[in-house]
Each structure stands twice: as C-alpha cells, then as structure tokens.
Design a protein around this ligand. Sequence first.
Ligand code: CU
Length: 188
Amino acid sequence: MKIASQRLKARIADDTASPQWRLATITLMVAAALLATILAASASSSVTVSKPWIREAPPGMTVHAGYMALVNNGSADIALTDASSPAYEQVELHISKVVDGIATMQKVAQITVPPGKTVTFKPGGLHLMMIKPKSAIKLGQKVPIELTFSDGSSLTIDAEVKKGGAMPKMDHKMHHGPMDHSKMHHSG
Ligand SMILES: [Cu+2]
C-alpha cells in the first residue's frame, strides 16, 4: 500500500515534469499572452463620440476649434487624456471662459466623463484646439482625430468641417463679438 502510494506520487511528479507537460504548459501560456495582447490592442473604450465637427475657419487661420459629445457607457469614470490628428501639427484640450468680459481659453490636462454621463464640447466651452493645419482644411472635409483615454484605449473619429452655427449666450459679454480663436494669444 505504502509502496503503491509512493509510486503514484512518483508518477505524478514525473508526469508534471515531463517535457510534453512543460511544452503544453508553455504553449498555453504563450497562447494566453497572445490573446491578452490582441484583446488589449482591440479593446474599445466604453466611450462613444457623437457629432464630431470642426468649425470652418478662413484660410490662413492657424488654429481651428473642434467639437463633439463624449458619452461614457461604462460603469467607471473615464477621462479623455490626449488627442491628435494627422491633419494638424498638434491638438490640445481647451476650455473657453469669459473673465472680466474678455474671452480667454485654457489648456486642460484631461476631461473626465462620469459613468452614464455625456460631456459636450461646444462653442464657448470645451473644445479641441486644432493647431497648425498641415494643409488647407475645407468645408465638408472629414478630418480624422485620434482620442486617447485614461484606460489606455483610443478611438479615431472623423470630424466634419462645418460652418460656425449658433453662438453661445455668453457672447454678448465679449468685447469683440463672437469668439475668434485666431485673435487669441496661444501659449502652447
Ligand atoms: Cu482653444
């Protein structure tokens, strides 16, 4: 009995240490790692973007404003942390404010969208500051913008170039009429 038990143990030990077993284990681990990599690369964010657009600007204007709505369909906070576009040198996250009757804007590091909520970028508020177009941006053109989120996911959207549309209510407080990004000092 004792001998049989020892033999059994020995056989199990032998099996787990066998080259075939090790190979199977390694193959499984490699497969799992590959799968994890594939999943990470394709993982879509819990965020959806609706109605992305860029305001048409006169030729020669070096900064354009992009707008959209970010919808968080997930169950945790998610933040937009970065944006870029092949059509522009640089894209920044900005918020426009009226301080003492003068329109100003500030760069923001990230924009958090709580679960189940929508954050809307619109004239007079949050916007994507599209800096230095690499070539002329024309009305109706679809501009790809890549958005990066705090969970490591990214999303590429196509923002259509459209005419300005309605101005926000706060405009009457501005000294020089509707916000014109081209007249603002831009400090990176
Ligand atoms: Cu701006």
